[in-house]
Design a protein. Structure first.
Length: 494
């Protein structure tokens, strides 16, 4: 039998590049990006084709092979910069300049430079700020990248080897000393000194200020990249890729999210809602196909000699469920409740009815506040606190009182087709948890699920009444948007 012709194979990249590529894929998977063997093979082909001649072209090529959505790009870029850095060592060496021959010499040079710069802090700082202002005004990204390296070398070093494992570089420390945000007026003046824009002065000033802020933000990102690169050389790329790369928006812990991260989460509401709506619709279509109807199947088999080639199913008519949200909007859990309320409202078409109730220690319906045209996601929690009666004579959470008021005055919102989602950390400030009220709600509803943004190891500690509530209804840990999406598609009935 003649041998089959060999299938042309993609040439394998060199061992070091292959290790870098697999390390990059492994780090991306650790951050929740779905990059499997097929994507890795495609990325290897891209790496072999593009090589290392144009780093930005390689970045874009690997992104096309490994990423599935634009929301993953920030995590990818930070990880790519660690596994495919511009260079190693000092900023001069990283960009092709001279560098010490041995690691010991590099450490001595860095220590000497640090000592010298400590004595010349103000002149060095002013020189860097002046050159940075010029680079920002000219939008010279190459100069900004060089200045980011110089700034980290000058102001970012900490520890200096006094304690093993404590030395490194800090982007926060660098930016705190350099204060690039304070250069806005200087850069704006430099740009205004150029050719006058066609737009009126006040309009052009606002546009220029926004553009300068964007450039400053890009420079801050360059400083962060440079600091991570320098630390990775000391502590290992894998460790820094795991710990120092900010997670994607859907993996941000609700309780640890800052203002900017919560704003980013709100921007993901509608894309996530579309994805979850598609999943629920697919589940509903599958559910419409019920169990096999044996009598109809046998009748059909008569036309095929008794072989049941076309099974007949009992058709179901799935009914869209009713949803009631009962949300704690106090303290740090407000961001979690805020995001969930917006998400469920964005999925409104998947449910026959959605009613939303908020509480701190009193319960009020806020469905109309979410549905109003002027509902601003960024101010939703504040509007609820000011326009709805969710607080009594104090401002602390009281789950027992809130559940009791809901069971007393709003139980008509719950029926046999209703799924109730309770959102909160169950921290009751050592007050009565009022379990009978929760029993009344659970006895009337189809399902009751409690979504808790705290990790399970904290349930029951301090003033947490989570274990007591978990004995009455199902309680699930829900710490980020990805987990929330999984719970909504898995728990809600169809």
């Amino acid at each position: 039998m003649p041998a089959l012709p060999a299938t042309p194979a993609t040439p394998a990249p060199p061992a070091d590049l292959a290790a870098r590529l697999t390390g990059l894929v492994r780090a991306l998977r650790g951050h929740g990006l779905r990059a499997g063997p097929a994507e890795t093979v495609d990325a290897a082909a891209v790496l072999d084709l593009l090589g290392l001649t144009d780093r930005e072209q390689l970045r874009a090529g690997l992104a096309a092979a490994l990423l599935r959505s634009e929301g993953q790009r920030a995590v990818y870029d930070a990880t790519f910069d660690l596994y495919f850095p511009l260079g190693v060592g000092t900023p001069e060496a990283a960009r092709g300049g001279s560098s010490p021959d041995r690691p010991e010499q590099a450490d001595d040079a860095r220590a000497a430079a640090g000592n010298a710069l400590r004595d010349l802090t103000d002149p060095v700082r002013e020189s860097l700020r002046e050159r940075l202002a010029a680079a920002l005004a000219a939008d010279d990204r190459a100069a900004q990248a060089r200045l980011a390296g110089e700034a980290v070398a000058a102001f970012g070093r900490y520890g200096a080897g006094s304690t093993p494992g404590s030395d490194g570089w800090s982007a926060h420390q660098t930016l705190g000393r350099l204060a690039p945000e304070t250069l806005l007026a200087r850069v704006l003046a430099a740009l205004r000194a150029g050719p006058a824009p066609d737009a009126p002065s006040d309009v052009s000033d606002r546009l220029l200020a926004d553009e300068i802020r964007r450039r400053i933000q890009d420079f801050r990102a360059m400083v962060g990249t440079e600091a991570r690169r320098r630390v990775a050389e000391v502590r290992g790329t894998e460790r820094i890729a795991e710990r120092a790369v900010a997670p994607s928006a859907d993996r941000i812990d609700f309780l640890a999210a800052g203002r900017d991260q919560l704003a980013e989460l709100r921007r993901t509401v509608h894309p996530l809602a579309r994805k979850l709506a598609t999943r629920l619709a697919a589940r509903r279509r599958r559910a419409a196909r019920g169990q096999i109807d044996l009598r109809r199947t046998l009748r059909r088999s008569l036309s095929t000699g008794g072989v049941p080639l076309r099974p007949a199913h009992r058709l179901r008519r799935p009914v869209r469920p009713e949803i009631v949200l009962l949300c704690d909007i106090s303290g740090s859990v407000a961001g979690f409740a805020d995001f969930t309320m917006l998400l469920v409202r964005a999925m409104n078409e998947q449910f026959s009815k959605v009613r939303v109730f908020a509480f701190v220690n009193r319960t009020a319906e806020v469905t109309e506040l979410l549905a109003g045209r002027g509902a601003d996601p960024a101010t939703l929690a504040r509007r609820i606190l000011t326009e709805a009666r969710v607080m009594g004579h104090h401002g602390n959470s009281d789950y027992g009182s809130a559940l009791g008021e809901f069971a007393e005055h709003h139980l008509d919102a719950v029926g046999p087709r209703t799924s109730v989602l309770i959102l909160g950390d169950a921290r009751n400030n050592h007050r009565d948890p009022n379990l009978p009220a929760l029993h009344r709600i659970a006895g009337r509803a189809r399902r009751v699920y409690w979504l808790n943004p705290e990790q399970p190891s904290l349930w029951g500690e301090g003033d947490s009444a989570a274990p007591a509530y978990a004995e009455v209804v199902e309680m699930h840990s829900c710490r980020n948007a990805r987990r929330l999406g999984e719970l909504i598609t898995r728990l809600l009935p169809i």
